[in-house]
Design a binder for this molecule. Sequence first.
Ligand SMILES: Cc1cc2nc3c(=O)[nH]c(=O)nc-3n(C[C@H](O)[C@H](O)[C@H](O)COP(=O)(O)O)c2cc1C
Length: 275
Amino acid sequence: MSESNAKAPTGLFGRLLALPNDSVAKMLLVTIVLSLVCSVLVSSAAVLLKPMQERNVELARKARILEVAGLMEPGRSVEALFEGVETRLVELETGEFSDALDPQAFDQQVAARDPELGVAIPPWEDIAGISRRARYAPVYLVRDDAGALDMVILPVHGYGLWSTMYGFLALSGDGRTVRGLTFYQHAETPGLGGEIENPRWLARWEGRRVFGPEGEVRLQVVHGTVDPGSEWAEWSVDGLSGATLTADGVSNMVQYWLGEQGFGPFLTRLREEGI
Ligand SMILES: Cc1cc2nc3c(=O)[nH]c(=O)nc-3n(C[C@H](O)[C@H](O)[C@H](O)COP(=O)(O)O)c2cc1C
């Protein structure tokens, strides 16, 4: 056997590797192998990092709940602070607490799409523009040192101009007064509808009243500036200049979630019986 024969590459892979670097077949082989290696690396990273991403999303939600409740403290972890917040699941139709599902694991948006756990909202009642809602919703309760309910934080969402806006509305323990509003997800235009995140605008919600004398939801965003002398001033929040459609969406969103289709029955129970 000659020396050149002994070193001749064997197998398809060996023969391809032995080709000159500028041959089409070798370039194709290198490209395919490289793409395979990269896709395995990217998908492994996505799978391995998913639990961490989900934990971060959950932490961010908890941080917003603490923020809207004014419970954030520098130097203390979100998890530690959140231990002071009680999470309960409410059956919206009855307004009663429910232990049917785990409130920590409950995802309102997933449940809304589930035929068992979600309901379609008839168009004439769908003022928030969300089409479906879950039968249950989590509520976050904050008690004072004596154990009395100090604050209740409700998850709210509704359609603005371009997107569904997701946020939390904090109410006093009797459910009658706004303690704060925050948004954690939306796709309204920065500088226009995106002003719903502006802390100066959000601060205007604090202290607004929710219900009128007959128990009807009066909380609303007005077009323009609230006239302090107006009969409805206590229930009204200034509109957003140049973003009337988003602001109308926020108004409809609070009206829906505070009304009979949303947390209305729960809030009635809160006002009449306390919890
Ligand atoms: C590129 C672009 C983005 C806009 N984004 C928003 C928005 O996010 N929210 C909104 O209410 N209006 C937005 N508008 C304005 C609306 O089309 C509409 O003019 C406005 O809501 C009317 O509000 P005003 O009566 O306060 O001017 C946008 C307009 C343009 C051209």
